[in-house]
Design a protein around this ligand. Structure first.
Ligand code: GLC
Length: 549
């Protein structure tokens, strides 16, 4: 039997209370959430109509992926105007309605800010190409290497070099993503001024915060030095991620001066009580610390290591534990995202993958910081199966054979029927050949013990418990067995069983604990100082209230 004893406490840090503490977030991938006009692409009015659903689910904070005017080379992460709405998604009045309905429902709205790069169609870049010196310096330019090739060995996340030649000027411009996404030059004070204006524009419209795209990569080495190689380069035709991983990214990301940007934004956000959460896509937990540890930088950073854990108690404990230590109470915990597989798929798919996903969410809900669901996670959705001929993600389209991100981006399934209540038209991306009527929101609402129902109960419990965690209650990882990971935080205890068989978990001061939630099966009793946790499940216990729910 697992013997649960007290481990080492980890302080979440001494932070003044802010509205985002104790919240639960939800990511909406706008193209795939709800279409309101039959063009097969989701839009702001569609989102507005579904806000009551999210409020009912127990969401506090809604993050919407980019809706700005964009050629959609990277599905909106290529912005051609930072202060408007693409007609595909509606207009500014639609956005204002989303903001006000969110607030009426007691939720907050976070929008996606893309400051690392603009679209090559942005007027700034067009002016830069035309040789306007003011706008030329908005981007990163360099002369060719002596052999006429790219200035250094940096590579693009989407394959190929991170440099494209501008024939007219004979210089290369830098792009960590597509050539259609030129990197902005954050060494130029004029770029800082542009983004101050952009942030003010949105905060004054009532937007409650921004999710900062590629936050760790805004600045780069001023000397543009080559990145050291850490492994042999893979053969030609390898996936871009394999090429990327062959380098140590010493000079093209995570530079010391990136924090200067966030300090400035922190002061600006404070004027509007707005929230800054960064996409700091660094997989070594220690590297997250400096982005969030001082209270004058980002308010929160996504903890991407949490998206990589195997279904293994040791790995979960080590990875999440290292993040908690690094994150000073200020991390956001993604369950899935539009860039990563749905957790139900990552954990093996089928019923087992779904059960594990909810067990994992139960654990994330007990950590200091903000758990974030990605649309469809509340239904236990796996990745949609999209045939190669329908690939839409530039990663897959431009690198045949590379795993793209379409599987997590397939449209939401609201109700049975040909358009699954998402659209009356032809969806821009197939739903996935594995989507079934019983997956839908409407079907799960009819079923008392559905994934949706259990997720909702979990989030309701988290909301109830948030006040007892808000006062800095630290995480104590409890020593358990190979298969069990358990933690205590304030008056709560969560035990997750990643093993194949039920685990009896002995509790410290057993008489104090009352089980309140089980991610699958019935809520177990505490008997003989222990609680039985089913395989692929988590149980949450509290000391405060004896009432089971
Ligand atoms: C971020 C976004 C991703 C996008 C990339 C380039 O990682 O989440 O979807 O492709 O930035 O903007």
């Amino acid at each position: 039997m697992p013997d649960v004893r007290s481990g080492v406490g980890e302080e979440p840090g001494d932070r003044p209370s802010a509205w985002w503490h104790g919240t639960v977030g939800y990511e909406i991938y706008i193209r795939s959430f709800q279409d309101s006009d039959g063009d097969g692409v989701g839009d702001l009015e569609g989102i507005r109509r579904r806000l009551p659903y999210l409020a009912e689910l127990g969401i506090d904070l809604v993050w919407i992926t980019p809706f700005y005017p964009s050629p959609q080379a990277d599905h909106g992460y290529d912005v051609a105007d930072y202060v408007d709405v693409d007609p595909t998604f509606g207009d500014l009045a639609d956005l204002d309605r989303v903001v006000s309905d969110c607030h009426d429902l007691g939720m907050r709205l976070v929008i996606d800010l893309v400051p690392n790069h603009s679209s090559s169609e942005h007027p700034w870049f067009r002016a830069a190409l035309a040789g306007d010196p003011h706008y030329r310096d908005h981007y990163v330019w360099a002369d060719p290497a002596p052999d006429g090739g790219p200035p250094n060995n940096w590579v693009s996340n989407f394959g190929g070099p991170a440099w494209t030649l501008d024939e007219r000027s004979g210089q290369y411009y830098m792009h960590l993503f597509l050539p259609e996404q030129p990197d902005l030059n954050w060494a130029n004070p004029a770029v800082h001024d542009e983004f101050d204006r952009i942030l003010r524009f949105w905060f004054e419209r009532g937007v409650d915060g921004v999710r900062i795209d590629v936050a760790h990569s805004l600045t780069e080495d001023p000397q543009l030095r080559d990145n050291p190689r850490r492994a042999a380069l893979p053969p030609a035709g390898a996936a871009p991620s394999e090429v990327w991983d062959a380098y140590e990214h010493r000079f093209d990301q995570d530079q010391a001066d990136v924090l200067d940007v966030f300090r400035r934004w922190n002061a600006l956000a404070a004027e509007h009580d707005a929230f800054l959460v960064g996409e700091v896509y660094l997989l070594e937990p220690d590297l997250l610390t400096r982005y969030v540890a001082d209270q004058d930088g980002l308010h929160s950073s996504f903890a991407f290591p949490a998206l990589r854990t195997a279904w293994d108690a040791g790995d979960i404990r080590t990875t999440l534990g290292a993040c908690v230590t690094a994150g000073a109470g200020a991390l956001s915990w993604p369950l899935s995202s539009h860039d990563d597989p749905h957790a139900a798929s990552r954990f093996g798919g089928g019923d087992r993958g779904r059960r594990r996903q909810l067990a994992y969410l139960t654990l994330l809900c007990a950590l200091p910081g903000i758990p974030f669901l990605f649309q469809g996670d509340e239904l236990g959705l796996e990745n949609g199966v999209v045939a190669a001929g329908h690939a839409a993600d530039p990663m897959a389209v431009r690198n045949p054979g590379a795993a793209g991100r379409d599987g997590s981006r397939t449209p939401m399934v609201w109700e049975p029927g040909p358009g699954f209540g998402f659209t009356t038209g032809e969806p821009w991306l197939p739903f996935g050949s594995n989507r079934r009527d019983e997956d839908t929101v409407a079907a799960q609402l009819q079923q008392p013990d559905s994934h949706l129902d259990r997720t909702r109960r979990l989030l309701a419990l988290r909301r109830e418990l948030a006040p007892c965690w808000d006062d800095g209650a630290s995480v104590t990882w409890l020593e358990a067995t190979e298969d069990v990971v358990a933690l205590q935080r304030g008056d709560t205890l969560v035990a997750l069983n990643a093993g194949e068989t039920a685990a009896r978990v002995r509790l410290p001061d057993a008489g104090r604990w009352h089980p309140r939630y089980a991610s699958s099966g019935g809520i177990p009793e505490v008997a003989d100082g222990a609680v039985v946790v089913a395989p692929d499940a988590a149980v949450l216990l509290v000391t405060a209230s004896p009432s089971a729910s």
